[in-house]
Design a binder for this molecule. Structure first.
Ligand code: AMP
Length: 211
């Protein structure tokens, strides 16, 4: 299974990707996570990416596409993979096909801008394992410990309200055309993102014909 998880920032792509990865026993590749790690380590891709991430803009296609190409060539992707946060432009989608990684399905998690703004205001992420929690639903306060690995919970810098507004603008302007691109290919499956993770997972499995 070669699957793309598509949707606005904060739609729950990473959470559903983790569940699907465990189900299919295939890796999830999150370009956002790879870029954040590169920023943390001072790697060349990170130096290039940082100002774009901080501004809520897309990192240049060639940087992200090179990361994906290299990662998909690794052994663990032989039986399939899940992409979270890639492709974000039509040019990235075309690049994916050009290196022989055409996807089987694209799962679009549809969440309104108003709900995204609310969710990201409350999002806390573990600085060690990257898991996401909600301050409201999971009572995950900043500085509290991650229930999965014991790391500290933090607020992502690009979850600041002014950056979220820009990220949504970027999504509608540059990323939404990717949805239409895959819809035209007949492989787009749409689910309405729910408040409860389990409810979205049920819709996801059913959209993918898994139950
Ligand atoms: P995410 O964790 O998916 O929300 O990504 C965080 C940030 O990383 C985005 O706002 C972009 O600046 C950058 N980024 C992640 N994936 C991509 C991509 N496929 N293309 C360009 N920029 C990306």
């Amino acid at each position: 299974m070669k699957l793309v998880l598509f949707g606005p920032p904060g739609a729950g792509k990473g959470t559903q990707a983790e569940i699907l990865s465990a189900h299919f026993q295939i890796p999830t590749i999150s370009t956002g996570a790879v870029l954040r790690e590169a920023v943390k380590n001072g790697a060349p891709a990170g130096l290039l990416a940082k100002s774009h991430i901080d501004a809520g803009e897309l990192v240049p296609d060639e940087v992200v596409t090179a990361i994906i190409k290299e990662r998909l060539a690794e052994d663990d992707c032989k039986n399939g993979f899940i992409l979270d946060g890639f492709p974000r432009t039509v040019s990235q989608a075309q690049a994916l096909e050009s290196f022989g990684a055409a996807v089987d399905a694209v799962l679009y998690i549809d969440v309104s801008d108003a709900d995204i703004i609310e969710r990201l205001k409350n999002r806390r992420v573990c600085d060690k394992c990257g898991s996401s929690f909600s301050q409201v639903k999971d009572h995950a306060e900043k500085g509290a410990k991650c229930p999965k690995c014991g790391g500290s919970l933090t607020v992502r810098e690009d979850d600041a309200p002014e950056v979220v507004a820009k990220r949504l603008q970027t999504y509608h302007g540059q990323t939404e055309p990717v949805r239409d691109y895959y819809a035209a290919k007949g492989i787009l499956k749409t689910v309405k993102g729910q408040t409860e993770i389990k409810a979205t997972t049920r819709l996801t499995f059913s959209a993918l014909g898994l139950e």
